[in-house]
Ligand binder design. Structure first.
Ligand code: ZN
Length: 232
């Protein structure tokens, strides 16, 4: 009996010694930026239901020098309609694109085949439209993630699931007052803040947010800028 128990324990501890690659594989998403000597955060914008909303964010990047990461749901036409401006800003390194699936299915409850297809189709859209490889960054739809989803996405090269710590609103039932309350609460050092290009915020409203960012001595950077080019 005692011998059996000993050999079981030996087996258990041996199993903890994994090849380095497996031991280092990511099992949870990122929620914040790494430390740096400057005060910075990541303003991330999802979906793209509204063409006007996407355009407003691109204009804000042009006008103010704040850098954005856009998590593209590729079936929305806004990502085609704003192509030339997006290409320009990509070339200037002022925006980053991430994978936010083809049609916003809940990946946490979808079959493996659907998960692969949703990520792959968005990936191919970004490659074909912008000659842009969004890997390794993706954002799970609705923020729903499982370890299994992380593993499936990693097999496609999407090894960095991006969550958030703070929001500027989901785009619905919003007002400038609530946007500013959220900005006051969440815009601070190392945060990843989520925003949505679904119901347009006015340019004045977005400029108010930028003013607050500047007043706090901060800057929004893309995830690639924060984590470095070779981050996986
Ligand atoms: Zn979304």
């Amino acid at each position: 009996m005692e011998l059996d128990r000993k050999s079981f324990l030996l087996g258990a501890s041996a199993a903890l010694i994994l090849p380095a690659q497996i031991a280092e594989a990511r099992t949870s998403p990122i929620f914040q930026l790494p430390e740096s000597s400057t005060k910075r955060f990541a303003w991330t914008v999802d979906d793209g239901v509204s063409n006007t909303a996407v355009k407003r964010y691109l204009d804000i990047v042009e006008k103010t020098g704040q850098h954005l990461t856009l998590f593209v749901t590729s079936s929305y036409p806004s990502w085609r309609k704003n192509k030339s401006q997006i290409l320009e800003l990509l070339e200037q390194g002022k925006i980053q694109l991430g994978n936010h699936t083809l049609s916003h299915r809940d990946l946490s409850t979808s079959s493996d085949g659907i998960v692969r297809n949703q990520l792959q189709q968005c990936h191919e859209f970004l490659l074909e439209t912008y000659n842009y490889d969004a890997r390794p960054y993706f954002r799970p739809t609705y923020g729903y993630w499982t370890k299994h989803l992380i593993k499936l996405a990693a097999e496609l090269g999407y090894t960095v699931p991006v969550m958030w710590h703070g929001t500027l609103g989901d785009g619905y039932n919003r007002s400038t007052k609530t946007t500013m309350e959220l900005a006051h609460k969440w815009v601070s050092n190392r945060r990843i803040v989520i925003d949505h290009a679904n119901v347009p915020k006015s340019q004045t409203e977005l400029l108010e947010v930028v003013k607050l960012i500047q007043k706090r001595g901060m800057k929004s950077v893309t995830l690639r800028e924060a984590f470095g080019k070779n981050y996986r």
